[in-house]
Design a protein around this ligand. Structure first.
Ligand code: 6PG
Length: 474
């Protein structure tokens, strides 16, 4: 059935929520004619209201939407991750033709993407699992995009995606990530890093506010100052603005009125779960996930807070802390990204993704939530040595860490002795100290395992596995 668009539109979007709608408008700005489909007519009306030219067309029926698209059709889904993606695919796939390209631009779990890619390729359809980062503003003005899956299909959409992506130093923040579900795996790790950076900022806020009695305006100023130096990052930038926004109902600064129980949609948790499966330690991300969970135990915290001797008095020089905190923050930031990149490098080998880590750092420099100046340093480290086992081994990064180590120790120690919880800072420091230990106390764990379970142990300087008949205990 021909409709009035005669199969001429370049791109179709299923799901016209904030991200889908803004991505379509971004495509239209770059000269592409686009079709948007949503079951909810209000979303279609909203899209049509925002149309600035005749490049954007809304549909409430799937048939008409699909008939409007040129062949091979390029259809992106931007719907909530999980069963809704499967439901959309089940509705859509029977109406698609061989060679059509289906893109999942949501935060899907990569194992789901693997399953869907196999199923769709059996039907002759080309599937791309693509991480999209940057929120509403990114989708509208230029996101960072992480497409993985069918390479030929990517080449078909490459020009379009390069046009709408954020650009840094002339480079588009999009590149083909790799086969299978690699795009969604990389986006998942992006989000894990996001969780840990957010927790790091929150801990710095706690020390400044409760330890040093900084006002909201002083915190806004300090974070803005940090943001103009080596800590420059989108997350610090938005944080400095948050401290200036008022709640119109109370006249307070809004953040002071917001509940401290933080929600999560799951990508951080998946990062930790899959890292554990791969036996890659990413403790700063793990603890950031746990802290969101712990925050939800509000009643328990209230109860214990009343009973515990949890007096918090800042011990130590205030001016000195302010100065050390910038250095400690940088030390933490470097190690948070390093843990994420380590996970990517191990996953790449395990899953055959052949990830180009320099390219990933490059496309994270703009558009996405974890964009920061430091990604330039990561990018050049992997350009110098694409096979770098861990970023801590890069000489430039190693110098940065050694330079920040004292401050990280001082801030963490003072926070702990003063009674302020700094879980990410303490965990990150312990990660580094352990990674830099040529001998860990895990020899004792080997002995214990063998004692109670005859699990055997290895010896230093002698090949083989050994078991000891340990003394009987009563
Ligand atoms: C992004 C964000 C985006 C989303 C997070 C929020 O890169 O644009 O990461 O994907 O805001 O998924 O995650 P939580 O709800 O789990 O904090």
């Amino acid at each position: 059935m021909e409709n009035r668009y005669g199969g001429k539109l370049h791109f179709g979007m299923i799901g016209l929520g904030t991200m889908g709608r803004n991505l379509l408008l971004n495509l239209a700005d770059h000269g592409y004619s686009v079709a948007g489909y949503d079951k909810n007519p209000e979303q279609v009306q909203r899209l049509e209201k925002e149309i600035a030219n005749d490049q954007v067309h809304g549909f409430t029926t799937l048939d008409a939407f699909l008939d409007a698209l040129q062949s091979p059709r390029v259809v992106m889904m931007l719907v909530p991750a999980g069963p809704i993606v499967d439901a959309v695919i089940a509705d859509l796939a029977p109406h698609l033709a061989k060679g059509d390209i289906l893109i999942d631009g949501g935060n899907s779990k990569f194992t789901d993407t693997d399953r869907r890619a196999k199923m769709l390729s059996d039907q002759g359809l080309n599937f791309i699992g693509m991480g999209v980062s940057g929120g509403e503003e990114g989708a509208r003005r230029g996101p960072s995009m992480m497409p993985g899956g069918n390479l030929e299909a990517y080449h078909h959409v490459q020009t379009m995606f390069e046009a709408i992506a954020a650009h840094v130093k002339g480079d588009p923040c999009v590149t083909y990530i790799g086969p299978g579900a690699s795009g969604h795996f990389v986006k998942m790790v992006h989000n894990g890093i996001e969780y840990a950076l957010m927790q790091l900022i929150a801990e710095s806020y706690s020390l400044l506010k409760n330890g040093l009695n900084f006002t909201n305006q002083e915190m806004a100023d300090l974070f803005q100052q940090w943001n103009s130096g080596r800590l420059g990052s989108y997350l610090l930038e938005i944080t400095s603005v948050i401290f200036t926004v008022k709640n119109p109902d109370t006249g307070h600064i809004l953040v002071d009125d917001i509940s401290d129980q933080a929600k999560a949609k799951g990508t951080g948790k998946w990062t930790s779960q899959f890292a554990m499966d791969l036996q890659v330690p990413i403790p700063s991300i793990d603890i950031a996930v746990s802290m969101r969970d712990l925050s939800k135990y509000g009643d328990l915290r209230q109860q214990l807070g009343k009973q515990s001797n949890s007096e918090r008095i800042w011990e130590g020089d205030r001016q000195a802390l302010k100065e050390s905190l910038e250095r400690a923050f940088f030390f933490n930031l470097v190690l948070i990204y390093s843990q994420g990149m380590h996970l990517l490098s191990k996953a790449s080998a395990e899953y055959g993704y052949r990830l180009n880590l320099a390219d990933i750092a490059r496309i994270w420099r703009g558009g996405c939530i974890i964009r920061s100046h430091f990604l330039d340093t990561i990018y050049t480290a992997y350009l110098r040595d694409p096979d770098l086992e861990h970023l801590v081994l890069d000489p430039v990064i190693q110098n940065m860490l050694e330079e920040g180590l004292d401050a990280a120790r001082t801030v963490t120690a003072q926070a702990v002795t003063s009674g302020f919880p700094v879980p990410v800072m303490a965990t990150t420091l312990n990660y580094y100290l352990s990674l830099a230990s040529s001998r860990l106390p895990t020899n004792l764990i080997q002995a214990q395992r063998d004692f109670f379970g005859a699990h055997t142990y290895e010896l230093t300087g002698k090949e083989g596995v050994f078991h000891t008949e340990w003394p009987e205990i009563d």
